[in-house]
Design a protein around this ligand. Sequence first.
Ligand SMILES: Cc1ncc(COP(=O)(O)O)c(C=O)c1O
Length: 399
Amino acid sequence: MNKGLVPSLFSQKIEGSKTLAVTARVAELRQQGRDIIDLGAGEPDFNTPEPACAAAKAAIDAGFTKYTPNPGILELREEIANYLAGYGAEYSPREILVSNGAKQSIYNALLAVCNPGDEVLLPTPYWTSYPQQIAMAGAQTVYMPATQEMGFKITARQLAEAITEKTRLIIFNSPSNPTGAVYSRAEMDAIAEVIRDSGIGVISDEIYLELIYGTDDYASFCAYPDLKDQVLIVNGVSKSHAMTGWRIGYLAGPENVIKAAAKVQSHSTSGAASISQKAALAALRIPAEDMQEQKDEFSRRRETVFSLLSSIPSVDVSMPGGAFYIFPDISAYFGRSDGSFTIANSVDFATYILEKAGVAIVPGEAFGAPDNIRISYANSMENLEKAMAGMKAALSELR
Ligand SMILES: Cc1ncc(COP(=O)(O)O)c(C=O)c1O
């Protein structure tokens, strides 16, 4: 009898990716020779900027291929401090921990701060990894609905009412994955006030901060220096610089928490890849103007996809303010059928669109929003137009 290798209670608490079924089916259909447009991916379709690639090649040639300090190379942490200062917060390199992607930064932060049974507030829809990571840290997720009518944003009052003695922190994510919602400066001010008054902590996941379109009315949590002791900033180069595969993210916050998070990291992964850190350093030094073209292209696609989706009957779509996702409510299609397949939920909806139109999207179940679907517009304009036309045609067959 095998008593050793059975899944632990800990691992049994964790849910696998809800999007995996779609991903697996995409691979299967492609293998059968079908042309699939993948609007499921959470990554920019652009190439990593040339200066980042050049810095990585130079790092290899210079033999910069050994262990680096656990918290990250000093010059990268200095450059990150520089970047954060641009948003209003003074961080020293000792208050910054570089990790293998922002996902690890969030996990490190949760492990560094949460005690068993602590409550972590989570605006819903949420990025799919947050509740799993909260569970992995032994804490409890308290979901806070942020419906489409609310612009997918919680209110300060709602936050104040959700806070209990057990609340350790809130995970805040603006712009949001999956909704693309961006909090205005006034909305942030109101939320910051509740955080100040209540004393709870914030993990502010700002991974999409550089991808906000057509407005200056937003803020980073760096803009509240008086809250510095209560705020952990998460960011990285994955989304801003099309560097998802390089795996560089970071956490900035009070030194004692950064030290605790660094301890966690030192025994799990150690410092991030040396070559990637050099590439991230070069990426952060690229002037914002040089990234503008990519941002403008995302903005054009956002408008095109929004208007094409708006022309599909019974799809309730709101214009996102940032990131590269759009998150329409498609629940009006639940119960409809093309004669052979009946759509009962958003997973069925995504399956139907994949099989019929050859377009991969992510069902809202993955984000705690079962009436919606997430469409990524990190794809070429040509593919996006083709995909929206295919979706429209497929949906017109449903009665
Ligand atoms: C909201 C959010 N946070 C964090 C991450 C993780 O970023 P990274 O690839 O740097 O780990 C993602 C990636 O999808 C994301 O969407």
